[in-house]
Write a new protein. Structure first.
Lengths: 743, 314
C-alpha cells in the first residue's frame, strides 16, 4: 500500500472511530447516523479502490457552490436545532456531524484531510463530554493508534512530496515515489511502537493524575437521570411513567456474599406525611446537617425513641449512585450513618439523608442501617398515647374520606392492635386489587377513591397511599415512603442492579414499642419482562464491567492511586515473601507474615483490582501487538524496500571511520570517501578490500540516491563486522608481539 | 551506442596512443568535452599541447579546424568575412575557421586582444555575428586553446573575462623519461595524430553530453561545492573570487567527471579533484609577485588550500 493511500485510509478511519464513539455515547438521530455511516463507507471504498490517483474521474462532482450552500444550510439548521431543543452541545454535535459528512464527500486536497482530523478530534471530545460509558475506553485506544498512524503518515508524505502532497506529480516522480513511497516494515514497526509508547504514556498519566470531580470523563450537563417521587411534593401517579425505564440508577453491594440474589432489598428515599387528596407533601422536610464524626463518616447520634429497645445489629451497604436530579441518599431502612467522599450530609426529621445538592457525578458511599422488627409487646393490645404534634402529622387524612374510613373499618374487623390492623389492610389490598401500570394519570378529584372503589387496579403508589390513609382513619400513625426495590442480582459482581423501573412506594407504620416498621401492600408485579438464559448472564457481565469502569476509571481518585501503589507494593511483598519462603523452607514458616498479608489484601482489594485491571489491559495490548508482529509482519510487506537504510549505511560508514581511526588510520574532514579509501590502501592494506566494499555501498546510497537492497545492507553490516574482528585480531597480535618484546 | 563509460574510455585510450604518460590530462580533456566546455592548455612550447587537441579532434568523427594565432591575425580571419559576389550582385558570407566542431586556437596569447575577443561570442553563445547577421555554430562546439606561459616574447595575456569562458585550464608538463623515450622511438613518418581513427560521431558526443547533464548531484554536494566557491570569495589571499559562472562550470565538470568514471552520481572526491583545474584561472591573486605564470601557480595552490579547508559532507 502506498504511503499516500495509507494516509487517506487512516484519516477516514480516524473520523470513523470518532463517529462510532459518539454514536455509542449519545443518542443521535437515525437519519444522521445513517448519513454519516454511508459517507464513511463511501469514502473508505473510494480510498481503497483508487490506487495513488488523487483525481478520480468516475466520481460525480457537485460544484463547490452546492457544498458551500449545504454548509450554510447546516449552520442555519444548527441554530434552529439549538433554539428548539434548548441544548447547545447536542445541537453542536449534530451540526459537526453534518459538516463531517460534507467534508467526507469533498475530500480533495491535502488540507481537507487536515480538516477531517480536526473534526474527528472535536467529535471525540464531544463523545467524551456526552457520556462516560465503558465503550469509550477501547474506542479511545483505537483512536490513539489510528491517530498516531495518521500523524506519522502525514509527516512522511509531507516530507516525500513537499508542502502539498496532493499536487499532481510527474511521471518520473511517480516512479521514484513508487520505489520508496510505501508502507515498509520499518514504518509499520515504528508506527506501532510509537502508538504503544503514546498509549503507555497515557496510561501513566492516567494513573498519575486523579480524576477531577468535573471533567470530560464525568457525565455532562443534562445527563442526570430524571427521577420521580423524590421531591418535597409528589403527585399521585407520578412514578408510573418511569416504571418502564431500564436505566440503571444505582448499584448496591451488600456485605459479604449477599442474599444470593433471592432477596428483596428496600432502598429508602423520602418519607411523606401529608396527603391532600391528590399529592403527597413532605412537611417535615426541614433538614439539618449531620455531624461528621470521623473523616468522611456522617452519623446520627442516637436516634430518637431508641430507649428501651433491644440493640439490633447494623449492616452496611456499599452504594454506587448514578447522577440523579435529586439530592437524596438512598439506603436500607433505617439509615444511621453515611460514609464516603461526600462534601456534607443532611438529614430531615423523618430520617431521610440528603446531599446538599444533586451530584453531577456518580457518588459512591456506604450506608449504615439498622433494621427494625415487630416486638412481642406490639402484638398485645395496649393503649398508647402519642404526642399531639406527632398525631397531627402522621394521622392526617384528606377531607371527605369517610368512605375510606368505612372501608378500613370493614377490613380490619375485630383486630385491635395497630399491627394486626396493618396486616389486615395489607392482606386486603394485596389480595383484592390488581397490579397494573396501565393507569392513566388520574384527572378526577380523588384518585385514591377511584383506585379503591372503581378501578381496583393500580401500582405501588396507589397501594401504599390507600394503606396509609386507611390506617390513618383508624388512628394508626403511618407514612408513605418512596425509594427503590432492588430485585435484580448480578452474580458476577455480587451486587444489586437498581434501575429506574425499580422505583417503588411503600408504607411505614409506627408501632408503640417497635417504632417505625416497613410494610408493603403491593403484590409482586407479573409484567416484569423476564430476561432469561445466556442473554441475562451476558448482560450482567457487561453491567459488571461497566461498574468496574465507573469504579476504576471514572472515579479514579487519589485514594485509589494510593491503593494501587499499596497493592503493587503488597504484591511485590507477596512475591518476595514467596521467594524467601521457598528458599528458607527448612526454617519455621512465618505464619504471622502470611496473616498480615491476607489482612492487607482484604483491606486493599480495590487497589489490587485496579492494578490488576490496568495490568491486564496493558498485557493484552502487548500480546496483540506481539501476535500481530509474529503472524503478519513478514508476510504483509515484501522485503527489499527498506526505507530506513539511508541513515543506517551512513551510520555503518561512520562506524568504520571510527574503528579505523582507532587503528591510526585517520580520515581528515576534508577528504572525500574515495580519497580516504586510497589512504587506507597505503596505510593498512589488509583492511582495504573490506573498506572498499563499505565505501562503495555508502557512496551509492549516500550520494547516489540509490536504495540499497536489504541483502546489500546485510553485506555492508557483515563487512563492517569483519573489519572490526580484523582490528581485534590485529590488537591481539600487537599485544602478543608487545609481550614477546617485553620478555 | 555502447555503454557511455566504455565509449569515454575508448576515446581516452585512443588519445593516449599519441599522448604518452598523461592519462590525467587526457581524461580531463574528454571531461571538458562532455561538460560542453572549452579547454585552455597552458605550458611551455613543445610538450604536446597541440597534439593533444589534434588527437581529440581526430578521435571524434567531426569537423576540425586549426587557427594559428599570430600578432597580425584579424577577427575576420577567425569568424569569416562577407565578400561581394559579382555574379549574384550581393555580399556573400564566407565562414571562417571557427565554423567547425573542434577549433584549435593555437598560441592564443600571441594575437591582439581585439582578435582574442572575437572568440568571446562564439565560446559563450555558440554563434557568430557578422554584419548584423547571426550565424549559429555547429554542435558539438569546443574551443581548445593553447598558450605559452606569459612573459615569453610577443604575448598578450588573456583578459579575465575571456579566461572565465574556459571551463578548465590544464598544464601538461614534461613527460617522464620512459614515456619520452617511447615518443622518440616512434616512426617519424606521419604526424602521430594522423594515424588515429574516429571512435564516436558528433551525435554520440551530443548524447554523452546530455547524459552528463543527468548525473545526480546530492544536495549536500551542491552545498559543499558552493561553500568552496564561497571560501574563494572570502579568502584574503585572492583579490577576486570565483564567479557564479565558475560555480556552474565546476558543477558541470563534476557531473561529466562522474560520468567518465562510470558513476551515475557525483562524489565529493570529484569536486576536490576538479576544483584546482576549473577554478584557478578564474581568480586573481591578491599579492601576485614575480612572473605572471607564477601567479597562476600560486592561484592553484591557494585553491587547493581552500578546498582542503572545507569539510566534506559525510
Amino acid at each position: 500500500m502506498s504511503l499516500d493511500q495509507a494516509f487517506r485510509l487512516t484519516s477516514i478511519l480516524l473520523a470513523g472511530v470518532s463517529f462510532i464513539a459518539l454514536f455509542l455515547e449519545s443518542h443521535l438521530p437515525g437519519w444522521l447516523t445513517f448519513l454519516t455511516g454511508v459517507a464513511l463507507i463511501l469514502a473508505l471504498v473510494r480510498v481503497t479502490e483508487l490506487t495513488g490517483d488523487p483525481s478520480p474521474g468516475a466520481r460525480t462532482e457537485l460544484s463547490t457552490a452546492v457544498w458551500n450552500g449545504l454548509v450554510i444550510l447546516g449552520f442555519v439548521g444548527f441554530w434552529a436545532d439549538s433554539l428548539m431543543s434548548g441544548e447547545l452541545l447536542p445541537a453542536g454535535v449534530r451540526f459537526l456531524l453534518v459538516l463531517m459528512v460534507i467534508k467526507l464527500f469533498t475530500l480533495r486536497c491535502f488540507r481537507d484531510y487536515l480538516h477531517l482530523h480536526v473534526m474527528s478530534v472535536v467529535v471525540m471530545l464531544a463523545a467524551a463530554a456526552m457520556g462516560a460509558d465503558f465503550w469509550y475506553f477501547p474506542l479511545f485506544v483505537v483512536y490513539l493508534f489510528v491517530g498516531v498512524w495518521t500523524l506519522l503518515l502525514l509527516g512522511i508524505t509531507k516530507q516525500l512530496k513537499g508542502p502539498d502532497p496532493s499536487a499532481p506529480v510527474l511521471a518520473s516522480q511517480q516512479e521514484t515515489r513508487g520505489l520508496y513511497g510505501r508502507v515498509t516494515p520499518q514504518v509499520f514497526r515504528l508506527a506501532n511502537e510509537l502508538a504503544l509508547f503514546v498509549f503507555g504514556v497515557t496510561l501513566l498519566l492516567f494513573f498519575a493524575l486523579p480524576r477531577l470531580q468535573a471533567g470530560f470523563y464525568q457525565n455532562g450537563q443534562g445527563a442526570a437521570i430524571r427521577t420521580a417521587g423524590f421531591s418535597d411534593a409528589v403527585d399521585l401517579g407520578s412514578i408510573g411513567p418511569i416504571k418502564r425505564d431500564p436505566r440503571v440508577v444505582m448499584r448496591v453491594e451488600p456485605p459479604g456474599r449477599g442474599p444470593d440474589g433471592k432477596g428483596r432489598l428496600y432502598l429508602r428515599g423520602i418519607a411523606f406525611d401529608h396527603y391532600d387528596g391528590r399529592s403527597w407533601v413532605n412537611q417535615l422536610s426541614r433538614r439539618r446537617a449531620v455531624r461528621e464524626t470521623g473523616p468522611g463518616i456522617f452519623a446520627l447520634n442516637g436516634s430518637q425513641g431508641d430507649r428501651g429497645r433491644p440493640e439490633r445489629p447494623s449492616f452496611q451497604l456499599k452504594i454506587f449512585l448514578e447522577p440523579l436530579d435529586t439530592p437524596v441518599l438512598f439506603g436500607a431502612p433505617f439509615m444511621e450513618a453515611v460514609s464516603g467522599n461526600l462534601p456534607a450530609v443532611q438529614v430531615d426529621v423523618s430520617g431521610s439523608f440528603y446531599l446538599p445538592f444533586p451530584s453531577v457525578a456518580p457518588v459512591e458511599y456506604v450506608a449504615v442501617s439498622k433494621s427494625t422488627a415487630v416486638l412481642p409487646a406490639d402484638l398485645q393490645p395496649s393503649p398508647v398515647v402519642y404526642h399531639e404534634a406527632f398525631l397531627r402529622y402522621f394521622t392526617q387524612v384528606p377531607a371527605r374520606s369517610d368512605r375510606i374510613a368505612a372501608l378500613a373499618r370493614t377490613v380490619v374487623g375485630q383486630e385491635r392492635t395497630p399491627y394486626g390492623q396493618a396486616m389486615a389492610i395489607q392482606d386486603h389490598l394485596a389480595r383484592n386489587y390488581r397490579y397494573s401500570l396501565e393507569i392513566p394519570r388520574a384527572e378526577q378529584a380523588n384518585p385514591l377513591e377511584e383506585f379503591l372503589f372503581n378501578r381496583k387496579t393500580g401500582y405501588c403508589e396507589h397501594y401504599a397511599t390507600a394503606m396509609v390513609i386507611m390506617l390513618r382513619t383508624l388512628g394508626v400513625p403511618a407514612r408513605l415512603v418512596t425509594g427503590f426495590l432492588a430485585t435484580e442480582w448480578n452474580e458476577y459482581g455480587n451486587y444489586y442492579v437498581v434501575r429506574q423501573q425499580d422505583a417503588h412506594a411503600w408504607v411505614e407504620v409506627h408501632l408503640a414499642h417497635s417504632g417505625w416498621i416497613v410494610m408493603d401492600p403491593t403484590p409482586p408485579s407479573e409484567d416484569i419482562g423476564d430476561m432469561t438464559g445466556s442473554w441475562q448472564g451476558w448482560a450482567s457481565m457487561v453491567d459488571h464491567i461497566r461498574l468496574l469502569w465507573n469504579r476504576v476509571v471514572v472515579q479514579f481518585s487519589a485514594a485509589d492511586q494510593l491503593a494501587i501503589v499499596q497493592g503493587v507494593r503488597i504484591s511485590g511483598a507477596t512475591v518476595g515473601q514467596k521467594v524467601w519462603g521457598s528458599t528458607s523452607k527448612w526454617f519455621t514458616p512465618p505464619t504471622s507474615w502470611r496473616e498480615r498479608i491476607v489482612d492487607l489484601y482484604d483491606r486493599s482489594s480495590t487497589g489490587i483490582l485496579a492494578a490488576g485491571f490496568i495490568a491486564i489491559l496493558a498485557g493484552l495490548c502487548l500480546l496483540l501487538w506481539l501476535g500481530w508482529k509474529q503472524s503478519r509482519y513478514g508476510r504483509l510487506f515484501p522485503k527489499g524496500s527498506i526505507q530506513g537504510d539511508r541513515r543506517a549505511v551512513a551510520k555503518l560508514y561512520t562506524d568504520m571511520i571510527l574503528y579505523l581511526s582507532r587503528k591510526g588510520v585517520q580520515k581528515p574532514v576534508n577528504t572525500g570517501p574515495l580519497q580516504f579509501l586510497d589512504t587506507i590502501r597505503t596505510q593498512w592494506t589488509g583492511a582495504f578490500p573490506l573498506a572498499a566494499t563499505i565505501t562503495e555501498l555508502y557512496c551509492r546510497e549516500r550520494f547516489g540516491r540509490a536504495r540499497l537492497k536489504s541483502d546489500e545492507y546485510i553485506i555492508a553490516q557483515n563487512t563492517l563486522d569483519q573489519l572490526i574482528s580484523l582490528t581485534r585480531k590485529q590488537d591481539g597480535e600487537t599485544e602478543k608481539t608487545g609481550a614477546g618484546n617485553g620478555i | 551506442m555502447m555503454n557511455p563509460t566504455e565509449t569515454i574510455r575508448s576515446i581516452q585510450n585512443n588519445i593516449a596512443r599519441v599522448i604518452k604518460g598523461k592519462p590525467a590530462a587526457v581524461e580531463m580533456t574528454v571531461v571538458c568535452l562532455l561538460a560542453r566546455g572549452h579547454l585552455l592548455l597552458e605550458d611551455v612550447p613543445g610538450v604536446g599541447k597541440t597534439t593533444l587537441a589534434h588527437s581529440l579532434a581526430r578521435s571524434l568523427d567531426c569537423s576540425f579546424k586549426r587557427i594559428q594565432f599570430t600578432s597580425d591575425l584579424l577577427p575576420s580571419d577567425i569568424v569569416g568575412v562577407s565578400i561581394f559576389n559579382r555574379q549574384k550582385q550581393a555580399f556573400e558570407f564566407m565562414p571562417g575557421p571557427i565554423f567547425a566542431n573542434i577549433v584549435l586556437a593555437d598560441e592564443i596569447n600571441r594575437t591582439t586582444p581585439k582578435t582574442q575577443s572575437s572568440l568571446l561570442e562564439a565560446m559563450s553563445e555558440a554563434q557568430i555575428s557578422v554584419d548584423n547577421q547571426t550565424y549559429p555554430l555547429g554542435q558539438p562546439f569546443m574551443v581548445i586553446a593553447t598558450q605559452n606561459p606569459a612573459e615569453y616574447h610577443g604575448t598578450f595575456p588573456l583578459p579575465e573575462s575571456q579566461l572565465d569562458r574556459f571551463l578548465m585550464k590544464l598544464r601538461l608538463g614534461y613527460p617522464m623519461p620512459e614515456e619520452e623515450k617511447k615518443v622518440l622511438e616512434r616512426t617519424p613518418s606521419l604526424h602521430p595524430a594522423e594515424e588515429l581513427r574516429p571512435i564516436v560521431t558528433a551525435q554520440d558526443v551530443l548524447d554523452l553530453q546530455a547524459q552528463a547533464d543527468n548525473i545526480f548531484m546530492d544536495e549536500s554536494l551542491t552545498d559543499y561545492l558552493l561553500s568552496i566557491v564561497q571560501a574563494t570569495r572570502q579568502s584574503e589571499l585572492l583579490a577576486l573570487g570565483v564567479s557564479t559562472r565558475g560555480a556552474l562550470a565546476l558543477n558541470r565538470a563534476t557531473k561529466a567527471l562522474a560520468l567518465a568514471r562510470g558513476r551515475t552520481y557525483c562524489l565529493p572526491d570529484d569536486i576536490r579533484e576538479l576544483a584546482p583545474i576549473v577554478l584557478s584561472h578564474r581568480v586573481m591573486v591578491a599579492h601576485a609577485q614575480g612572473l605572471r605564470s607564477r601567479g597562476f601557480e600560486q592561484a592553484e595552490c591557494i585553491i587547493r588550500d581552500i578546498v582542503d579547508s572545507v569539510p566534506v559532507p559525510v
